[in-house]
Design a protein around this ligand. Structure first.
Ligand code: FPP
Length: 249
């Protein structure tokens, strides 16, 4: 069991009293999952959305504080209109359900990314979901939508430069804490563990600033097949690591 889980070993024991505070997931492999079954890619996204529901529910049950998922990147607009439409449709379906169950689930939701290119309907749903759940104190689920790590950093840099140009700030005021506060993720602790299923071993513009000291877990398992047991492997792998944050232990 190391950085790269093969998805075959028996799941090791997880210490649920010492979970990472914040787990982030790149939900990858939906297309390949569908191809393997002779299904359209959109069927893979539908299966991926189900996996997201199950994993988010489980994360809430085990008391995870923050779960962040990469649902749609700034680069995903390059996909066919049909595929983009299908992903947006799944998000709409999920948000409508989430709004309906919010009082029961009390999951706090945030969206990271520039929502302006989304449909008015989807933007309204995102805003309503955030507003309704703003005071909930359970698990917080952050959905990255039209999100790119570089885009996020550029926006923060531009916003601060604007403040300086307007005479409301001086460059010396900008430190890591202040910069973090200008990102989409303002107020959310950095991810402790980032999981990427599907066998790809890259970051793909995900949480570039926030991942400075994150631990990574890669697995061959495709996202629609990702289950509790695979999450346990990721958590156990994380718990077996020694985090030094650049220091010595
Ligand atoms: C990456 O797999 C996945 C996406 C770009 C979309 C993820 C979207 C969902 C799981 C559905 C909607 C989300 C929510 C939160 C309800 P890929 O298509 O790149 O897979 P591939 O690399 O195998 O082609």
């Amino acid at each position: 069991m190391g950085l790269f889980g093969k998805g075959r070993e028996r799941a090791p024991k997880v210490d649920f009293d010492h979970l990472p505070r914040h787990v982030a997931i790149i939900m990858d492999g939906n297309g390949r999952w569908a191809n393997k079954r002779g299904l359209p890619r959109t069927a893979g996204h539908a299966a991926g959305a189900e996996t997201f529901r199950r994993i988010a529910t489980y994360c809430k049950e085990i008391g995870l504080e923050y779960l962040t998922v990469y649902a749609f990147s700034t680069e995903n607009w390059k996909r066919s209109e049909e595929e983009v439409g299908a992903i947006m449709g799944l998000l709409k379906k999920y948000l409508l359900e989430a709004i309906g169950q919010m009082e029961r689930d009390r999951v706090k939701m945030r969206f990271f990314g520039d929502l302006t290119p989304l449909s008015q309907e989807l933007r309204d749903l995102c805003r309503r979901t955030e507003e309704i759940s703003t005071h909930y104190e359970g698990c917080q689920v952050n959905i990255c939508l039209n999100y790119g790590g570089r885009d996020e950093i550029l926006r923060a840099a531009r916003a601060f430069a604007g403040e300086c140009a307007a005479g409301r700030a001086v460059p010396e005021q900008l430190d890591e804490t202040a910069f973090s506060g200008l990102l989409f993720s303002a107020g959310v602790p950095d991810p402790d563990l980032i999981i990427r299923p599907s066998g790809e071993v890259r970051i793909s513009n995900f949480l570039l600033w926030q991942s400075a000291y994150a631990e990574y877990y890669f697995t061959d398992v495709l996202w629609p097949d990702f289950d509790q047991e695979e999450l346990h492997r990721a958590l156990a792998s994380y718990q077996g690591r020694s985090r030094r944050f650049g220091g010595v232990t």
